[in-house]
Write a protein that binds this ligand. Structure first.
Ligand SMILES: [Fe+2]
Length: 205
């Protein structure tokens, strides 16, 4: 889902990186004061790519919330909902930033599917460890793409960069919540070396 690049690996494209290639460029008729139109158009493309990633991620997290089974069900089921709420909030902030900059945020399911560069989440009903293993890969992809965006935004728009940084901090925290279930007392992750959701689910399960 939320992270595997269709066109390649989830981990790297997930909701990521070459990211904003997928988002079609929009013509802006106005933007925020002090920013030129060409720069603003690129910033809007980066925002739109993250908007797709967050919309995909909060839906995928709910899918996991509904499909986990096993003895640790309630712990994982309940851990997921605050992440859903936070990521929905990120999507709202990203979309409103696009509108603030004179763009038109795309939030329909069809736009996500048409423009995302990663595959749909691949795990259905499965054990908690399997879903957490797959979510490790999802978060790797999402966070990697955020960091790529931050790097580019440093030269374009520090205000949007600041938003990306704040969201990345929360996503990295959620990623740790997931990874803490996959880690042994020596700090080794069961998903080490697994770069697809299916492989990570198998390794973790
Ligand atoms: Fe629920």
């Amino acid at each position: 889902m939320t992270s595997t690049p269709k066109k390649s690996k989830k981990a790297s494209s997930s909701k990521s990186g070459k990211n904003a290639k997928s988002a079609k460029k929009t013509t802006l008729h106005y933007t925020t004061p002090g920013l030129d139109t060409k720069t603003a158009e690129r910033v809007v493309a980066l925002l739109q790519d993250r908007l797709h990633a967050c919309n995909d991620l909060h839906l995928t997290l709910k899918h996991v919330h509904w499909n986990v089974v096993g003895p640790q069900f309630i712990a994982v089921h309940e851990m997921i909902d605050p992440q859903v709420e936070a990521v929905r909030g990120f999507a709202d902030d990203l979309a409103e930033r696009i509108a603030t900059m004179g763009g038109s945020p795309k939030g329909t399911p069809g736009a996500i599917v048409a423009e995302r560069t990663w595959d749909d989440y691949e795990i259905g009903r499965a054990g908690t460890q399997q879903h957490l293993g797959a979510l490790d890969v999802v978060y790797r992809g999402v966070i990697t793409s955020y960091r790529e965006g931050i790097e580019e935004l440093g030269d374009l728009d520090p205000i949007t960069e600041d938003m990306f940084i704040a969201q990345t901090e929360q996503l990295e925290l959620f990623h740790w919540f997931v990874r803490a279930h996959l880690e042994d007392t020596g700090g080794r992750l069961s998903t080490e070396g697994a770069d697809s959701e299916v492989a990570a689910a198998r390794a973790a399960g």
